[in-house]
Design a protein around this ligand. Sequence first.
Ligand code: GAR
Length: 231
Amino acid sequence: MSLPIAVLISGGGSNLQALIDKVEDGTLDVDIRMVLSNRASAHGLERAKKHSIPTCTLSHKDFSSREEFDGEMVRVLKETGVEAIVLAGFMRIITPVFLGAFPGKIINIHPALLPSFAGAGGQADAAEYGVQISGCTVHFVDEKMDHGAIIIQAAVPATPGEEVQELAKRILQVEHRILPQATKWLAEGRLSVEGRFVKLAAAKVVSSSGSRFEANNDFICLINPPLEEGF
Ligand code: GAR
């Protein structure tokens, strides 16, 4: 049975689209039961509707505390029967109210190589710092922001002085590969967490690909653990 999941967004939803595409091409076996946004204007809601995925908008501004907002999200999401949550550009800090409802089943994509440049604007912070390499991270969510155990990371070259949008675009391309891959591992029950360490169990069918260094269009990126076939 496909793992029933919800995807939480706040904006454009390109990572959501990457998940939808992998579900539709048969690479990723999850059932996206709901897309929830805290912003009514989030373009990702349109993407979901186009693929007949139920949507829900809950504005955090309508709640007097983070806990109250999270409590309502939990209520709505539990009604759909989802068992895991993918934060795909969801720009809210979540509280123990939400964490406790889906223990060990919430993952997040962050556009930097954690623990560097946590928080909103990871790409801009890295660009302003002048790094030569940035990247993206998918991690389990815990009570601290952008802090949980790391599932997969991709290193992406940066060019000091370039426009942040250029770096962000390059990172996003790789986000669209590592987030569906991590979601697949979660859905297959292949991830186990021991303290800060995430262990990935071997696939039942051994993949023939698995190069750590990949030519990704016009740049080289390092992805670890290596992507499996289809990503
Ligand atoms: C992505 O770059 C994602 O990593 C980032 O927001 C963007 C959403 O894009 N998330 C964070 O910064 C969370 N701290 P998308 O809506 O097109 O997927």
